[in-house]
Design a protein around this ligand. Sequence first.
Ligand code: PYC
Length: 329
Amino acid sequence: MSSTLFNFKIIDSHTGGEPTRMVCDGFPTLVGDTIQDKLQYFKQNFDHLRQSIILEPRGNDVLVGALLVPATNPQATAGVIFFNNTGYLGMCGHGTIGVIISLAHQQKITAGEHWLETPVGLVKTTLHDDGSCSVQNVPSYRYKKQVAVQVPELGLIRGDIAWGGNWFFLVSEHGQNIQANNVTALTQACVQIKQALVAANITGENGGEIDHIELFADSTEEHMDSKNFVLCPGSAYDRSPCGTGTSAKLACLAADNNLAPEQLWQQQGVVGSSFTGSYQYATSSQLDQTLAYPEHTIIPTICGHAYVCAETVLIVQEADPFKWGIPSS
Ligand code: PYC
């Protein structure tokens, strides 16, 4: 019998079809005074554990991991570090909803407000009596409007660059059909746009990598304002409408005066699930005073449902040749 190196206690959930794997026990302690320090410690010392938890044969390329860590901010119930098949995410909207529903499943929290600490800031969640969860995200803003990039197989594509807890390139004119039966072509188009952004050295603020590409179209459903397709870092597409992507969209709508504060925005994702979004303009007390923000910086809120689908222990055995996963292609 091979000896066991790790037993990771996990809860799997999905938010609008997009999976979250919350790791609640068995992970080594992350050293650090702040959650950013803990993230660095994770990256430097335990990246093989990220791969073990997310990659096949224990996981898959679509999964987003959510490691619970003790909060360093007393306001927060817990800290959470999000990661996927390729690396780490600043924030994750669908993942935050998954974490809250998973904590409720464990009876660690009940309906009401719960703050979570993420590497890019505190987020306020509200678990509602009907089982839905709202996430008041980090300050979000459009950085640049209608940036043009030449994409070899698509031609000249224009998109907004916006921050919603991750960097997004948001494209409305793309000539693609946003349908669940067209995800291969949509994925290819987004990969090409992403490669073109890198080749043209187009980034978010301070050189931040634009690692999410978001395509928009009108939804055919009457009560939906828009439908999207979001390519995540690691080249899996988001099955949900993407919480940070919807936040970035709200920031663009606010900057263009196309949506009023508190007005609801129904964002549908490519598989048909939806988030309800809204925003308020950020007040100075909600902003990091050491940073400069654009005029139309908002605090977005997204609301959706998640469902728990598994509660189990991942076992990592010493003799297993794939104990650190099969690298993604
Ligand atoms: O919901 O913010 C989100 C998200 C990011 C990557 C996958 N989902």
